[in-house]
Design a protein around this ligand. Sequence first.
Ligand SMILES: [Mg+2]
Length: 395
Amino acid sequence: MTGDWQRIILHADMDAFFAAVEQLDRPELRGRPVVIGSRSPRSVVSTCSYEARVFGVRSAMPMTRALTLCPHADVVEPRMKRYAEVSSVIMEVFDRFSPLVEPLSIDEAFIDMSGATRIFGPPRQMAGSLRQAVKEATGGLTVSVGVASTKFVAKVASDMNKPDGVTVVAPDEVTGFLWPLPVSRIWGVGPKAQAQLESLGMRRIGDVAVRPRTELAQRFGVHGEQIWLLANGIDEREVEAEYEAKSVGREFTLEEDVRGRPAIIPHLLRSADAIARSLRRSNMTAGAVRVKLKTADFRLLTRQGGLPRPTSSAPELMAVALSLLDRFDLSCAFRLVGMTAFALAPLPPQEDLFLPAEVRRQRKLDGAVDRVLEKFGDGALWRGCDLPRGNGDDK
Ligand SMILES: [Mg+2]
C-alpha cells in the first residue's frame, strides 16, 4: 500500500441499478438491452442496462431517441417500490461495514472506513469484501467502488471501472489520477463553467491545478476557489452519517404495547405526516428513512433504506417505511414506534417537470393539508386509517 491514508473513504455506486434489478427479478431480461421508462412519447430513459449502452442509449435520453438507436430494446416500466426495497438491503450491507454511511441517492453512498484496516484489511480488500457482501445480500447485483482519502476522489474513482469494478487511489496517486481527466469531472463544473474554463485554456483538471489559486478566485469567486481545491485533490468534507441535526424524526411511546403490522402502521403514518410537514416547513427533502421499534422489553430495533428520489411527501416516506417493516420480526410486542428521515437536502428551487402526474398531484395535496393544519392546529385533519388520538404521546 502506498501513501499515508489519513482517511479511507469508499464511494459505492450500484451498476445500472434499476435495469439490474429488473434483470435480477426477470431472468429472461438478462443479457438483453433493457431500458427503464415508459413508451409514452414524452418519456425519458431513467436507466438502461449495459447491453443497451452499447447502442448509445443513455439515462435522461428521450425514449423515442433510445428506441431509434436500439429498436429491439425491452422497455420496462420502473417499479420504484421494488428498487427502494433493494436499496434498503444494500444500505444495510453498508451499515455492517461502518457506522459512518452517507447515502447520496437510492443506489450510492459514501462509507468512511478510516481506522478499519485491522478488521477489513487494506483498502482494496475492504472494497472487495463490500462488493461480495452486496452481491450475496441482493442475490447477484454488482456495485462499483472507488476508494480514496477524500469524498471527491472516491466518487470520481467509482466511475472509472464500471461496471463491477474497483478503483483505489492512494493519497500519493491523487494528482496522477485526477490531472489527465476533463474539467467536467470536477464537482460543480457544469457545461457553462466547463466552456468558460476551456476558453481560458483549462481543458483538463491538471490545467486548473497548476494555475494560481488566486486566478481562479478572481475569475469565479468562491466557486473558483472550490474548483481549484478539488483540482488539487483537497477536499476536507467528512462523510456525514445521519445524526440529529441532519435528520427529522418523530416517535410515539405507546400507552399500551402494540402487536402486528396493522397495529403499527397508524403510528408510522402519524410519524410520516409530522416529518413530511416539518420537511416542507424548512424547504428540505429527505433521501432516506429509518424505522425504529422498541420491544416491550426495551430492545431497540432499526431498519433503514433510501428513497427512490428526495422527497418531503408523507406517502413517499411511508412507501419505504412499509417495505422496511417487512424486514422486522413483528411477532413480539412493541412499546415505541418511530420514524426518522435523513440524508436531508434543500428542496431544488424549481418544480421538476419530469415528475409523474400523481406525484405532482400529491405535492399539491400536501400543500393544501399544510395550510389547513397551520390554520386550525394539528388535530384538524387525520388520515382515514389513523387511530383516534390519545393512544400515544408525541416525543
Ligand atoms: Mg448507480
